[in-house]
Ligand binder design. Structure first.
Ligand code: AMP
Ligand code: MG
Length: 391
């Protein structure tokens, strides 16, 4: 049995970022930038009006002053207009500022009388003017290599005219759920059978990790079937096998992998739940053997599979986001494995929830965060702990 940190380090050392690809910005959400991006345009790109109103010279604007409206400047075209003393240009939100004007008066703050406006009060220089480059300067970094591309970053890329973005390579994953007891949801269940919940769990977790399930198969605990399924899967970047990694006679994953010439780099990790976790390599495919118990599969995916996928996709930060929370109970870990407690983070408090056993799927379904309690570690109620959030 190796420590959790050793296992993670070994996995992250084995996997490498995949070759990057260019893709349309519309498809790049939640992928990772494969290069640094810099502003090629300032934002805004030209001085423009923040309001529908009148472009003026601020010093002209005293109460009851009259200005003559000489022209109109709509958004979308620069009419190259000029404002001089005693004159004004009708202007609209987003329209370029005419030369000479140094402020915009809101239309609500003037009285229009024919081709004149009457000013209601003082106006400050730069009022309602969005100055060129005030938000973003040309050459400023807008996206870093390895950053997650979120919606706002995509909008920023678009604002710079980028139609495409270079992102890390695609991770295709095969899922094999093993077990003679498994029936597919929707099928009729026989006595002694259970529904396969890990396949959809792992597909969903893959999706949340911005990877795709290339295939999902169920496989009985039979060497030949498992071997054939693994051979079909080996063309993908990763293979996730659920179940069959323990020590029973029906746990054939390790033996079958060895028969196929795979290397087994990790088997059994000091993590609770998830001890029988396995990691190896079948040709160029990285194989993750997750214990069949749903909570074990969930935890080992988040702690071992997710970081590997993110690294392969070029992410800089492969850890689950951590946040502080106030613990509601005392906790101690007297065992020899790091314990991941499932709990609920609500209003800044973290409370363990449901049965803390590896089969307890309902308990897991009520939780939204994990607390890692290392071996020999204790926490007191009221203490601030750092929890991991996965949603
Ligand atoms: P195993 O890791 O194969 O020894 O399975 C451990 C426990 O997890 C057993 O109770 C299995 O019935 C259960 N299990 C295995 N695979 C799945 C699955 N795909 N969905 C739900 N439970 C499973
Ligand atoms: Mg099994």
């Amino acid at each position: 049995m190796i420590s959790e940190n050793e296992a993670r380090a070994k996995i992250l050392e084995a996997v490498r970022p995949l070759p990057p690809r260019k893709m349309s910005i519309s498809g790049a959400l939640d992928l990772f930038a494969a290069e640094n991006y810099f502003a090629r345009l300032p934002l805004p790109n030209f001085d423009n009006s923040a309001m529908d109103g009148y472009a003026v010279i601020a010093s002209d604007c005293k109460k009851d002053a009259r200005l003559r409206v000489i022209s109109e400047q709509p958004a979308g075209v620069d009419r190259k207009l000029r404002v001089s003393n005693g004159k004004t240009v009708r202007i609209f939100t987003g329209a370029p500022m005419p030369a000479g004007a140094d402020a915009v008066v809101m239309q609500e703050d003037v009285t229009r009388e024919g081709d004149e406006i009457v000013i209601n009060g003082d106006v400050e220089v730069d009022e309602f003017v969005r100055k060129r480059g005030c938000d973003l300067g040309e050459g400023q970094k807008i996206l870093g290599k390895g950053d997650r591309i979120v919606a706002t970053k995509l909008a920023l890329l678009a604002s710079q005219g980028f139609a495409q973005v270079s992102v890390g390579g695609e991770v295709r994953a095969a899922i094999i759920s093993t077990g003679n007891e498994l029936a597919k949801p929707g099928e009729k269940i026989e006595p002694g059978q259970i529904y396969d919940s890990n396949s959809v769990l792992l597909q969903s977790l893959l999706k949340r990790s911005s990877a795709a399930a290339a295939s999902v198969e169920n496989c009985s605990d039979d060497g030949d079937s498992l071997r054939a399924a693994m051979q079909r899967a080996a063309g993908n970047e990763i293979l996730i096998v659920s179940g069959g990694v323990s020590v029973g006679e029906h746990d054939l994953v390790q033996k079958t992998l060895r028969d196929l010439g795979a290397t087994i780099d990790i088997w059994r990790v000091a993590i609770k739940p998830g001890k029988p976790f396995l990691f190896g390599q079948l040709g160029r495919c990285f194989v993750f053997g997750l214990p069949g118990n749903p909570v074990s599969a969930f935890i080992t995916f988040l702690q071992f599979v997710r970081p590997a996928i993110l690294k392969m996709m070029g992410a800089t930060d492969v850890d689950l986001p951590k946040m502080p929370a106030k613990l509601t109970v005392d906790l101690t870990n007297d065992g020899d494995r790091a314990h991941y407690l499932r709990g609920k983070l609500e209003n800044g408090n973290f409370a363990p929830v449901g049965r803390q056993e590896s089969h307890a799927l309902f308990g897991l379904s009520q939780s939204n965060a994990l607390l890692r309690v290392g071996t020999g570690e204790s926490f007191k109620a009221g203490e601030i702990v750092h929890i991991q959030a996965w949603e």
